[in-house]
Design a protein around this ligand. Structure first.
Ligand code: NAD
Ligand code: UFG
Length: 350
């Protein structure tokens, strides 16, 4: 049987880009996704890009019999685990959904992995586990903080769960990848970020303003203690992020235990810098208004990514102009994401 990498959440934004990187590097993959925040079209586009048939299972990471069937059918050697809910705002209204999906889902996945003697796991964590960092750039060993939302706390709980697991059994090789702010899309413009309903993150909001789906951008706060008063973040190209997963999988084969790596560029940009850069790259003027601060936002956050460079031989290679160009290519070639306009209007009318 062929050695296989299971990608949970592989139909989603980061998962689909990572599936592409893994397949391009010669991995055989199977994707498990319940499509709660994605659609099958992303898998079809991956098939087009890779000229292969993607093994896709529609289902939930909490469905134990389904996971047992997948682990029995394939010779799984590693799991790259993206599946989970990710909206900070929704997590405040529906905390139980977030803990059930993100924490219980991961627990279930790990139980099945252990039962089938699969011990290599790459987990999608987040810079949100640092809370409001005492200093920037953030190094991995500065300690975790207090995340501002149930979403962030679910990520921290999973990190703790996985750390305990790795300490309990030396065969586990686990990577906690702390992503900073993923943006951009594959250069083909065929796969990208397709948020359900109203987007929350800056880049999807910005590109939807540019395409005319949103009348103007809201800038949350211009009175932060930063050089121009707006929040500073470390934006990273999703393809660079995907390549980080590939490197982590290679290192996990040899290095057991728990490993934590920041995946960021090490450069922070303010909200106003992002707007200006978008205007420069695309030639489109972005109307915006300044509103009060958004609850839970921190002033600034960017990575020290030197540990990933040292251990994984990885660093982000794509600059901000490239990230914005690729985000815009995706949005302008797919104004309504993966869905067609008619389908979207029917969904809204329901
Ligand atoms: P996404 O929503 O596009 O992808 C997640 C995928 O998981 C979706 O396709 C969804 O349908 C699927 N899914 C959700 N719950 C599931 C379940 N119980 N069983 C099976 N499939 C399920 O999100 P993304 O931006 O690609 O994020 C991927 C991971 O990275 C998430 O865990 C997210 O929390 C984490 N992360 C994302 C960001 C970001 O800004 N995008 C930042 C830090 C961490
Ligand atoms: N912002 C605006 N207007 C918008 C949207 C965002 O001004 O319409 C601002 C936010 O206030 C923030 C910055 O743009 O200052 C970035 O906001 P995002 O929502 O794009 O990203 P966050 O930094 O809040 O959070 C993201 C992910 C989290 C992840 C975190 C890791 O949403 O899941 O990055 O750093 F945990």
């Amino acid at each position: 049987m062929q050695k296989t990498t299971l990608i949970t959440g592989g139909a989603g934004y980061i998962g689909s880009h990572t599936a592409l990187s893994l397949i391009d590097a010669g991995h055989h993959v199977v994707v498990l996704d319940n499509l709660c925040n994605s659609c099958h079209e992303s898998i079809e586009r991956l098939e087009h890009l890779t000229h292969t048939r993607i093994e896709f299972v529609e289902g939930d990471i909490r469905d134990t019999p389904l996971l047992e069937a997948i682990f029995s059918h394939y010779d799984i050697e590693a799991v790259v685990h993206f599946a989970g809910l990710k909206s900070v705002a929704n997590s405040v209204c529906q905390p139980l959904d977030y803990y059930a999906n993100n924490v219980v889902g991961t627990l279930n996945l790990c139980q099945i992995m252990a039962r089938f003697n699969v011990f290599n796991l790459v987990f999608s964590s987040s810079a949100t586990v640092y809370g409001d960092p005492p200093k920037t750039p953030i190094v991995e060993d500065c300690g975790t903080g207090t995340p501002a939302s149930p979403y962030g706390r679910s990520k921290l709980m999973v990190e703790q769960l996985l750390t305990d697991l790795a300490l309990s059994e030396p065969r586990w090789s686990i990577a906690l990848l702390r992503y900073f702010n993923p943006i951009g899309a594959h250069e083909s413009g065929l796969i990208g970020e397709d948020p359900n309903g109203k987007p929350n993150n800056l880049l999807p909001c910005l590109t939807q303003v540019a395409i005319g789906r949103i009348p103007q951008l809201t800038v949350f706060g211009n009175d932060y203690p930063t050089f121009d008063g707006t929040c500073v973040r470390d934006y990273i190209h999703v393809v660079d992020l995907a390549e980080g997963h590939l490197k982590a999988l290679q290192v996990l084969r040899e290095d057991h235990g728990i490993h934590i790596w920041n995946l960021g560029t090490g450069i922070g940009y303010s909200v106003l810098q992002i707007i200006r850069s978008f205007e420069d790259v695309t030639g489109i003027t972005i109307p915006y208004q300044v509103a009060p601060r958004r609850a839970g936002d921190i002033a600034q956050c960017w990575a020290d990514a030197s540990k990933a460079q040292r251990d994984l031989g990885w660093c982000a290679r794509r600059n901000l102009a490239q990230m914005i160009l690729d985000s815009w290519r995706w949005q302008s070639s797919n104004p309504f994401g993966y869905r067609h306009q008619a389908e979207l209007l029917t969904a809204i009318a329901r």
